[in-house]
Each structure stands twice: as C-alpha cells, then as structure tokens.
Design a protein around this ligand. Structure first.
Ligand code: ATP
Length: 234
C-alpha cells in the first residue's frame, strides 16, 4: 500500500561472538529515497548493512522489504528480492578484466547491460580489457556499483562509496547516485563524508555506539549542521 516503506528495520540487535554491537536499531527507507547512515568508525553502520543483507546472521529483530520478511533469508535470496550491496572493500575481481567483471554477475530483466555501464562510465569502456586490480580507486568504485546494477535492484546499499577518492571522482560518484535516484532506485548509504552525504541524502540516521541516536531530514540539515559535525568528530 502507498506509504509503506521499501525497507523497514525494527529492533535490530547484532553480535560478533560474545560482542553485542547493534542495540535495537530502527530505520526505514521509503521508495525512491536516498538515506544515509552516518557516524564515527565502529559505530555499527557496516554491521547494519551486513545484517540487512543476511551476510551477518547472528542478529535479531525484524527486517522487511516491500512488506515481506527477509530476516530469515540467506543473502543470495535477499539479493534476489532486489537488494544489492557494494561493500567497503568494493569486491571486484582483480584478476579479471573490467568487461569480465561486468559480465560475470547474471543479468536480470531491468538490470544494467554492459553497454549501459559503459555509457554511464565511459572510462570503464576505455579500460575494458584491463584487469580490475589495475584500476584506480574511483574506477573500482564505479565498476563495483555498475556490477551490482546488473541484477536490476530496487535498493542499493553502498558502504562508504567516497572513501579514499579524489574530490572530482567523489563528485562523479555523487552524480551517478543522484541519477539512479531519478530513475527510481532507492539508496541506503554509509558515509563519514558529511558534505557528500548531505548533498545526496533525503534523510540521515546518526549512529553512536551501535544505536541510532538522531535522525535529520534534508530540510533540517542547515540548522543541525553543528550537531552533525559533532557526531562525526573524533
Ligand atoms: P567502519 O566505518 O569502521 O566500518 P562502522 O560504523 O561501519 O565503522 P562496524 O564496522 O559496523 O562500524 O563495527 C561495529 C562494531 O563491531 C565495532 O566495535 C567493531 O570493532 C566491531 N566489529 C566489526 N566487525 C567485526 C568482526 N568481524 N568481529 C568482531 N567485531 C567486529
């Protein structure tokens, strides 16, 4: 029904062995929204993405996607429902060429073709026969994003897409995220780069020590700028 969030996470608790790292996280992403998770290193943002994808299985709570429970599904079935995750380490295949990297994930209807990827990122066409390991950090990030778009996801989970990239590349990645949103994709973004996050996201959840301590909407960012900076400062 209208007004139903695309993704809803309720009372998420997550554990690494004996260590309890997420303490009752609640969040949602509406259809077509870009939402950011911000906070210092170790605050639990990556763990939240892994919990949603079912990569981290030692967790409790409710996770629904399009109103359906996905918390018990293995990660490949979560992906098949329309979620795609680009991990922080970008997970491209270093020994395979750019073209092979693009063509390995199965294409699904509505997903990006290799040609579409090359149109969005002409540099990938130029580098088509280079091994993934020889790409720059920015090129690897572009490749990692377009690879997961092969499956035609509805929600893209991006873990620190701007990390370690030159400002001009950060801008290029930002433009693509904005374009994907215009095409109807929803995005859940982990970021420590506040400028990048606030340009792109409609809403922000602030993580401190495994909890969501604040939520800031785009229109409130100017008034809350000092708070946001304080949350991220070490
Ligand atoms: P970062 O930007 O550094 O990834 P984050 O906010 O995403 O930060 P998480 O990576 O989710 O934070 O980490 C949350 C907590 O869980 C931290 O205390 C971290 O040390 C711990 N942690 C993360 N991965 C593991 C693991 N594989 N085993 C044990 N503890 C872990």
């Amino acid at each position: 029904p209208p007004g139903t969030p695309l993704l809803q996470v309720r009372d998420l608790n997550a554990y690494y062995g004996q260590s309890h790292v997420l303490h009752g996280v609640n969040l949602h992403v509406n259809p077509g929204e870009v939402v950011s998770l911000i906070g210092r290193n170790g605050a639990g943002k990556t763990t939240t993405l892994k919990s949603i994808m079912g990569v981290l299985r030692s967790r409790t709570g409710q996770i629904t996607f399009g109103g359906q429970d996905i918390a018990r599904l293995p990660s490949h079935k979560v992906a098949a429902r329309g979620l795609a995750w680009v991990p922080e380490e970008r997970a491209i295949l270093g020994t395979l060429s750019v073209k092979e990297n693009l063509e390995l994930p199965p294409a699904r209807s509505g997903g990006w073709t290799t040609e579409r990827a090359y149109e969005a990122f002409p540099v990938l066409r130029e580098r088509g026969h280079h091994p993934g390991s020889k790409l720059s950090g920015g090129e690897q990030q572009m490749l990692a994003i377009v690879r997961v778009l092969r499956s035609g996801p509805k929600l893209l989970l991006l873990d620190e897409p701007s990390e370690g990239l030159a400002p001009v590349i950060v801008q290029a990645i930002g433009r693509i995220i904005a374009e994907l949103q215009r095409e109807g994709l929803s995005v859940l973004l982990v970021e420590q780069n506040l400028k990048f996050a606030t340009r792109l996201a409609d809403r922000h959840y602030v993580f401190v020590d495994g909890e969501v301590v604040d939520e800031v909407r785009r229109e409130d960012v100017p008034a809350r700028q000092a708070d946001l900076l304080r949350y991220l400062s070490v």
